[in-house]
Each structure stands twice: as structure tokens, then as C-alpha cells.
Design a binder for this molecule. Structure first.
Ligand SMILES: C[S@@+](CC[C@H](N)C(=O)[O-])C[C@H]1O[C@@H](n2cnc3c(N)ncnc32)[C@H](O)[C@@H]1O
Length: 314
């Protein structure tokens, strides 16, 4: 039976593989059917043009090969050949990409497009955390797909947008009126612009959008928000560093001054003390909020080893 591209996109392991989910978070049991999906994807033009990190590919294939051997399954030559080809390429320096196949899980709708993001393979590079996509950023992207109605026709500003995954998904799937990708770091903005460019070649952005250098330390300089008031301000994984809390809360306060803006923050709870301190800073700034926790089964592509909280500030 030949597999279609859509069959592949609907397969959980393919969706994890394409965005290089940590191997420990993937269920490699019962893979006798799964490996054919992976082989199909490996020869797909998107992976030829925008490769995953070679080391990830080799480890992934090695795990499949080991598992199939352990299960006593017959191995196909194609899988071995691919593995050998890849280990010979291991010195490849990049750039590397991840491909996010987002699914809203509400009505099992799968967004039949892939969002391709060039990512750094380290959490911090060029002095910033913004060159790779963080877990709360992935969660925000999926949340937006589940809440398209809330975003439709809205003017949305994203703070600390990093690689741009959430914004690219919103612009291509959720029909906002306008979307501003903002970040303080010039290398992050350059990488974001490149990511937008990649995705624009095969997807339609259904709204006006801008990429804007905006530092929370200088929010008062952005007089433009006084006339052009955002309906929604979004941010993901911007609450891990205590030194950011005061400028971030100053910015949130600034946006709330007009009484019409709603703010939604997605925070990965890695350190309880740090998170508590952030909530205390919100209180100190007289910012009223509600908080909730994302369910564990929110999405197969999320490595939810730490809970993700979402905070609504009004
Ligand atoms: C951990 S990353 C999260 C990126 C993205 N939101 C995600 O979830 O993948 C934090 C982002 O906040 C940005 N950032 C840090 N301090 C900032 C500041 N003072 N003003 C604006 N952006 C800032 C960084 O450049 C980085 O892109």
C-alpha cells in the first residue's frame, strides 16, 4: 500500500519526528508500521531542502532499527541504507530545521501544512534564547489553532516571539486582522524574517503583519500603541528569568492602560520559586490575572515534562 503525504502527517510518530521531539518522549513500541511512514517522510522534498539535525536523524533511525531487531521484525534494506548514508554525513554543520505539523485536537483537524523553522540546536546561542522554539511557544501555537474564533479579525502583538512559530501559524491559519512579531534581539529578528520567508513560499499569510524590534525596557517609546491598540497581546516562555519580570510587567501594564487589550501568557513551570516570583510581580504591578494549566495530553509534539501554565491578564 503506498502512503500519501496526508497519511504521514496524521501519524503521531511522524509529527514527533518532524519537529525532532526528544527520543525519550517518543513511544517506539509497535513500530512495525511506523517505520514506513518515517521512510516516506525521509525522502520528502521538504526534508531534502530543510534537513533536521543529522545527529537526530541517525539516533532516531538507530532506535527504530534496534527496536525492530528486538521485536524480531524483518528489517528492510532501505532503512539500513538510509542509516548508513546518514552516519557518513554526521559532520554536517547545519543549518538545521524543525517542521511543526500542528493539530488542534478539538475536532482532530490537522493543519495540512507544515511550519518550517530554522532553529539553533542550543538553548542559548548568539547571547539569546530566541533562536530555538520553546515548549510554551509550541503550546501557544496549538492553543491558537484551538481558539481561532478568538483571534479572527484581531490586532495581535506577540512579545518575545523568538523563532516565530506561533505567529506564522496564526497568520496562516487564524485570520487575525494584523499580527506584530516583536522581540528585542536583532539576530532573533533576522532569523524570524528568514522563517517567515521560508513559510511564505508555500503558504498564504492571511493578514497584515510586521516584525518589530521591541524591548520591554523601552515600551514607553511605542506611542503607536496609543492609537493602534492591540486587541490581544501574546507571549510564551518569557518568564524564566527574574531580571525580566519588572520590564515585562511594565509592558503588560502599558498595554492594559487602554482597558480593551487582553493579555495571554504561556509559561513553562520549570522552577516553582521563579514562577511564584513572577506571579508576585504581577500582583505588585496591580495586574489582575487568572491562571490555568494545560492538560498533559494537550499535544503529542509537546514534551510536557514540566507543566505549562497559561495566564490571562485583563
Ligand atoms: C525563551 S525565548 C521564547 C521565544 C518564543 N516565545 C518561544 O516560546 O519559542 C524568550 C524570548 O524573549 C526575548 N526577550 C528577552 N528579553 C526581552 C526583552 N527585554 N524585550 C523583548 N524581548 C525579550 C528573547 O529575545 C527571546 O526571543
Amino acid at each position: 500500500m503506498s502512503l500519501t503525504f496526508v497519511d504521514c502527517l496524521n501519524n503521531d510518530m511522524v509529527r514527533q519526528f518532524m519537529c525532532a521531539t526528544q527520543l525519550t518522549a517518543i513511544n517506539f513500541k509497535n513500530i512495525s508500521n511506523e517505520f514506513s511512514f518515517i521512510l516516506t517522510m525521509l525522502s520528502h522534498p521538504i526534508l531534502q531542502k530543510y534537513p533536521l539535525k543529522t545527529q537526530y536523524l541517525t539516533r532516531f533511525l538507530k532506535t527504530i532499527i534496534n527496536q525492530m531487531e528486538n521485536d524480531g521484525n524483518e528489517l528492510c534494506d532501505e532503512l539500513y541504507l538510509k542509516y548508513v548514508e546518514l552516519i557518513q554525513k554526521e559532520s554536517n554543520e547545519g543549518p538545521f530545521y524543525k517542521h511543526y505539523i500542528l493539530k488542534n485536537n478539538v475536532d482532530n483537524e490537522i493543519v495540512e501544512s507544515i511550519i518550517t523553522i530554522q532553529e539553533s540546536t542550543s538553548i542559548v546561542s548568539h547571547g539569546t534564547t530566541g533562536l530555538c522554539t520553546w515548549q510554551a511557544g509550541v503550546a501557544l501555537s496549538i492553543w491558537c489553532l484551538k481558539h481561532k474564533d478568538k483571534l479572527k479579525d484581531k490586532f495581535i502583538v506577540e512579545l518575545g516571539c523568538g523563532t516565530g512559530l506561533s505567529g506564522i501559524s496564526v497568520c496562516t491559519n487564524c485570520e487575525p486582522r494584523e499580527y506584530w512579531f516583536t522581540d528585542c534581539h536583532s539576530t532573533v529578528l533576522k532569523s524570524l524574517q528568514y522563517n517567515i520567508q521560508i513559510n511564505e513560499t508555500y503558504k498564504t499569510f492571511n493578514c497584515k503583519y510586521k516584525t518589530v524590534q521591541l524591548s520591554w525596557d523601552d515600551i514607553e517609546d511605542f506611542k503607536v500603541f496609543k492609537e493602534n491598540k492591540p486587541d490581544l497581546v501574546l507571549a510564551a516562555d518569557v518568564t524564566f528569568d527574574k531580571t525580566m519580570f519588572e520590564p515585562l510587567c511594565t509592558s503588560l501594564k502599558y498595554f492594559l492602560n487602554n482597558n480593551t487589550t487582553e493579555i495571554i501568557l504561556f509559561c513553562t513551570l520549570r522552577n516553582v520559586e521563579t514562577y511564584k516570583q513572577f506571579l508576585e510581580t504581577l500582583v505588585k504591578y496591580n495586574l489582575h490575572f487568572t491562571e490555568d494549566i494545560l492538560p498533559n495530553n494537550y499535544s503529542i509534539i509537546l514534551q510536557q515534562d514540566c507543566p505549562i501554565h497559561f495566564i490571562t491578564v485583563k
